[in-house]
Design a protein around this ligand. Structure first.
Ligand SMILES: [Mn+2]
Length: 344
């Protein structure tokens, strides 16, 4: 099998470093509901830029301290929006952020912050990134932003310390579920191996990202699993605010559940319905070769990736049933309009 190879745009990486070196303070706002890649990649940059005498600090834009990521080197230096005083900054560096609107309360409080009045360095791997920076380094075939940062740091001549390597490996493991997604390439694995050679340790990353969880998560999953239902080949369950409250669980604690349901014998797609004020937020997954859930979601006004997508059901119980019935028809390929295409 040939290795699908992206090549770093070296000129842009050089230009980015020139810009970063000139700045007095670089702020690195993360995307909302920040995940391992979204925080570990800017943390690696923070540590690397320090070697160049540049001050660059990540900012958690939605004010939600991601306690599950506290194992990352440099975590204690991260700023929390709405909690820590916002420093004066003259450059923004965004990593793993596909859209400026995904900058949480930091954006909502003042969209002008990211309108270009302060220059932006934009490093990302989302295909939908529209290139909002003065410098844009975007590689959609990279499985994680961390892989991009690893290449950028090599080009800059950064000394790859154990801490930087640990951050970057955590970013890769986060987005590839531990080198298991179909976005994982031989190039991803080579980068991961280089990071282990530089002193990164995969074991605590796997424990922190995939094993260690609060009791409230198990409570939530137990209740959700007791209530698993089928509509055609769609396996699904529902989580209400009441269930979250009973278990004392945070909103993010249901996130992995849809991946657990995915792959259940006899199913072609999995869904979690999260009840909210307007109806339900639906999180959808499918296996490679099964239905394109992005196409399915788009018929209901949602969107996403072919294997992971989301949408909102507006309304009550009747609208929910209508969604489930229609989705099951689309999954079975029985929709007369043929609106959702089945992946080849
Ligand atoms: Mn990512």
């Amino acid at each position: 099998m040939t290795s699908p190879c992206w090549k770093l745009d070296g000129e842009s990486a050089d230009e980015a470093l020139r810009l970063l070196r000139r700045a007095r303070f670089v702020l690195m706002p993360t995307h909302q509901n920040v995940d391992a890649d979204g925080l570990a990649s800017p943390l690696a940059l923070m540590l690397a830029l320090r070697q160049q005498g540049v001050t660059a600090i990540p900012l958690i834009t939605d004010g939600q301290r991601p306690a599950n990521l506290s194992f990352l080197p440099g975590y204690d230096q991260v700023l929390i929006y709405g909690e820590d005083e916002l420093p004066e900054y003259d450059l923004l560096c965004m990593v793993d952020c596909s859209d400026r609107k995904r900058l949480g309360q930091f954006y909502k409080d003042d969209p002008e912050r990211v309108s270009g009045s302060v220059p932006i360095v934009n490093i990302d791997h989302h295909v939908t990134n529209d290139g909002f920076g003065v410098i844009n380094i975007i590689e959609p075939t990279a499985a994680s932003a961390a892989e991009l940062v690893a290449d950028i740091l090599a080009l800059w001549g950064t000394e790859l310390t154990r801490e930087i390597a640990q951050c970057l490996l955590a970013g890769i493991y986060g987005d590839t579920l531990g080198l298991r997604t179909d976005s994982t390439t031989s190039r991803t694995m080579r980068t991961a191996a280089d990071l282990v050679d530089a002193g990164a340790n995969p074991a605590p990353i796997v424990d922190s990202l995939f094993r260690i969880k609060p009791r409230s998560t198990v409570c939530l999953w137990a209740k959700a699993l007791q209530n698993v239902q089928w509509t055609g080949a769609l396996i699904w369950t529902e989580l209400t605010n009441e269930t979250f409250k009973t278990c004392g669980a945070e909103p993010g604690e249901g996130e992995g559940l849809v991946n657990f349901l995915l792959g259940t014998d006899g199913s072609k797609a999995a869904a979690i319905l999260y009840a909210n004020d307007h109806g339900w937020r639906v999180s959808l997954r499918s296996m490679p070769g099964d239905i394109d859930v992005a196409a399915l979601a788009s018929t209901f006004g949602g969107g996403g990736h072919p294997r992971a997508a989301g949408l909102q059901i507006e309304g009550g119980e009747a609208e929910k049933q209508a969604f489930l019935t229609r989705a099951a028809h689309l999954i079975a390929g029985e929709d007369p309009a043929g609106a959702a295409a089945t992946a080849p």
